[in-house]
Design a protein around this ligand. Structure first.
Ligand code: CA
Length: 248
């Protein structure tokens, strides 16, 4: 190929919007191959080597796509996928599962928790890139209508698709902001969020909300939660956290 044509193609490739791909893979040689080939195609790559870091990485990077190995230390790929797909903030990010031969039943399980596609190892870089492009072309997933978006902790049920919060079976009237705030916090138990983060995540896009003071919404929410009020913990000097009720 003519040198100037090659340069021109290279320039075009990097002028495109760079899409971010999070790769979660614990085998170094596979990770290297993935990183190298994706970066060469112009994708921005964030790599993580265990499920927990990967999950956190996806939440921080808000990528266009996740390549998720099935067998991972700390949290396996199925669990990572389940958590990503349960979280309204990350659920629309497409996930391609990477599996080894003989893990087909796990693959079915992976698809059951909402993975969008899977690839069986070993695969060629060419195959992988074709699959990545196909999934990216589909774009972010549309939320399935009527699909339940429930978070349940003991007697506390938050169901955003039905727009209801139940406390020990009793329906509690919440504003849309309160519901979104509670759902967001409860979807990330144990994680601390600053007031600014909550403001941008929960209220940011909602121009109708007049009160931009997170403390007011938390205060009002706590009153409505009765005995579960303490599950929204104040972390002094930082912000708020939903108690990690699953932790023990
Ligand atoms: Ca692995």
């Amino acid at each position: 190929m003519d040198r100037s044509v090659e340069d021109e193609l290279e320039t075009q490739r990097f002028a495109m919007k760079r899409e971010t791909i999070v790769v979660v893979e614990d085998e170094s040689d596979i990770l290297d191959v993935l990183e190298y080939n994706l970066a060469r195609e112009g994708y921005r790559v964030r790599a993580f080597r265990d499920g927990e870091q990967g999950l956190d990485g996806v939440r921080r990077a808000n990528p266009d796509l996740v390549l998720l190995d099935l067998m991972l230390p700390v949290l396996d790929g199925v669990e990572v996928c389940r958590r990503l797909k349960q979280d309204p903030i990350t659920r629309s990010i497409p996930v391609i599962m990477l599996t080894a031969k003989g893990e087909e039943s796990d693959v079915v399980l992976g698809l059951g928790v909402g993975a969008d596609d899977y690839m069986t190892k070993p695969f060629s870089p060419k195959e992988l890139l074709a699959r990545v492009k196909a999934v990216l072309r589909r774009g972010p997933l549309k939320e399935e209508r009527g699909k339940g978006d429930r978070v349940v902790y003991g007697g506390l049920v938050i169901d955003t698709s039905r727009h209801e919060v139940l406390v020990d079976g009793e329906r509690v009237d919440c504003t849309a902001t309160e519901m979104r705030l509670l759902h967001f916090l409860a979807s990330h138990p144990g994680r601390v969020f600053s007031r600014d983060h909550l403001l941008s995540r929960v209220i940011g896009e909602d121009a109708v909300v007049l009160d931009r003071n997170i403390d007011v919404h938390v205060g009002s929410l706590r009153k409505k939660l009765g005995e579960y009020r303490n599950w929204i913990e104040t972390v002094r000097g930082v912000g708020y956290r939903f108690a990690d009720a699953t932790g023990g």
